[in-house]
Write a protein that binds this ligand. Sequence first.
Ligand code: GRF
Length: 206
Amino acid sequence: MRLAVLVSGSGTNLQALLDAIAADPGFGGEVVVVGSDRPDAGGLERARAAGIATVVEALDDHPDRPTWEGVLRARLEDQEPDAVVLAGFMRILSGAFLDGWPDRVINTHPSLLPAFRGAHAVSDALEHGVKLTGSTVHLVDEQVDHGPIVAQRAVEVAEDDDETSLHERIKVVEHELLPACVKLLCQDRLVVDGRHVHVRPDRSRP
Ligand code: GRF
């Protein structure tokens, strides 16, 4: 499966995905383009280092959101991706974008959804005093951090955690969970039934 990855930040999740693909001949996917809304996103450097095409479309360079989204979608489509991975992409995408890849846009979010949706999930969890948070990988719908959940893993909150230390431990988990879920998507093993995502058995195994 040909994958587009969208990033806004340092791109450690992108890197984890690239490393997982490189290490696994049976992964079933390749990253063909990395897009960003930020020209300075570290993820773009990682893509260039891996010889992957990059696309940068800043929202401010367009008259409105629909135009920005349309241009971003068209430029990704130049590389004919079959699915889109949001790996720390900090912009909301509307149905006009998502319609291009039904049930094939996947996102990683640093909390146990539906708790702590939005851009400040780690600090919100700390502020709320939860003892357990974690990582969620989900399919993307038109609501923020809302679509059907593919997988979740918990991370304990330590007494002395700050946002950075907690986020770093969540990222360690994300770096395993996101590639594992993208692999399932690439192998066409995700079956979506309303809010429920079922995983088809691995037919390549005896
Ligand atoms: C991840 O924790 C992701 O869940 C969140 O932003 C972070 C991106 O990290 N939305 P990176 O750019 O992959 O290092």
